[in-house]
Design a protein around this ligand. Structure first.
Ligand code: C5P
Length: 300
């Protein structure tokens, strides 16, 4: 994202990229629902029964679809103003906002050690990421405003936490498949996306066209965003949003370790401490002290 927003040449409109990502997700999820159903008639019936016949249920999905669309737009704003490492570090604050919303909305209770492990995780990612700060990429005449970048990332953290937990609640509170839920999500995001593209970029779209600045790299970015979004859906279905935070943090550590070999990245003390904190936090979070066996069962 950072490279796409700072490279030379015609600059694409990020609002259109967010919208196209939703279109790619919708197409993919329709194919997956079709495969789940097995034939075209069942597929159409299933879409009709879930989306048209249950308007209130579809409306429930309106909330995360709108919030995710805002979040995805804000992430482009943030990546345009912050270097890649700072952007990723700031965005990891979503680990805490997600836990906060899990407690508020899902009434999930975390043990003290789990809260401490989340703080360790956050500290670990920050250390790892800051140890990995290369020379920032060239900015190519694009005005950089770190305050706007931070503000956008911070708002995206709250939106991510809220939308993730809200979506988890509706996904796990019914037996509608995750792919069907994502069809609903994208179907609603697309009109929101059209509205925001026109709202922010109407003049540019009129002057240069919707796909201005698109090339293979931008399409690659769109597909990457869409694939990442669908992976998030699967993670939330089979695990939960807090565990997703651990998975992505571990991925950051692994990618840094791999870059030691691929790009001769120097392993620093700071990186090692950060990685250790991340790994340690995973054990702390999943450590479940065995419930005490009540006395009377012992006697029996
Ligand atoms: O960073 P975070 O984990 O909040 O990322 C959420 C991303 O996943 C957003 O881009 C959102 O559009 C996408 N997503 C999705 N389908 C879901 C849940 C999230 O496409 N069911």
């Amino acid at each position: 994202m950072r490279y796409a927003r700072t490279r030379t040449g015609d600059m694409f409109l990020s609002s259109t990229a967010v919208l196209m990502s939703e279109v790619v997700k919708l197409g993919t999820c329709l194919v997956l629902v079709y495969l789940e159903e097995g034939n075209f008639k069942l597929f159409v019936n299933s879409l009709h029964n879930t989306i048209i016949k249950q308007p209130m249920d579809t409306l429930k999905v309106c909330v995360p679809s709108f919030v995710y669309l805002m979040q995805n737009n804000l992430l482009y704003v943030s990546a345009s103003h912050l270097d890649a490492a700072t952007y990723q570090v700031s965005y990891q604050l979503k680990i805490l906002t997600t836990a906060m919303f899990a407690v508020l909305i899902l009434r999930r209770s975390l043990r003290f050690i789990q809260w401490v492990s989340l703080l360790f995780l956050l500290a670990g990612v920050v250390l790892v990421q800051l140890a990995h700060t290369d020379s920032p990429s060239s900015v190519n005449n694009i005005e950089q405003n770190r305050l706007i970048g931070f503000g956008a990332a911070l708002t995206a953290c709250f939106l991510s936490g809220f939308a993730g937990i809200y979506f988890e609640k509706i996904l796990k509170g019914s037996n509608i498949s995750v792919w069907m839920r994502n069809v609903q999500l994208s179907l609603l995001s697309i009109p929101f996306g059209i509205f925001t593209s026109f709202l922010y970029d109407w003049n540019k779209i009129q002057d240069h066209g919707f796909f201005f600045g698109y090339d293979v790299f931008i399409w690659y970015l769109i597909v990457l965003q869409a694939g990442g979004g669908l992976l998030v859906a699967v993670v939330v279905k089979y695990a939960d949003n807090i565990l997703k935070g651990f998975a992505t943090s571990l991925a950051i550590v692994i990618s840094c370790v791999v870059s030691i070999y691929l790009f001769s990245f120097q392993l620093t003390f700071q990186f090692a401490v950060g990685a250790a904190l991340v790994i340690c936090s995973i054990f702390m979070y999943s450590y479940d002290p065995k419930p005490k066996v009540p006395d009377h069962t012992l006697k029996v």
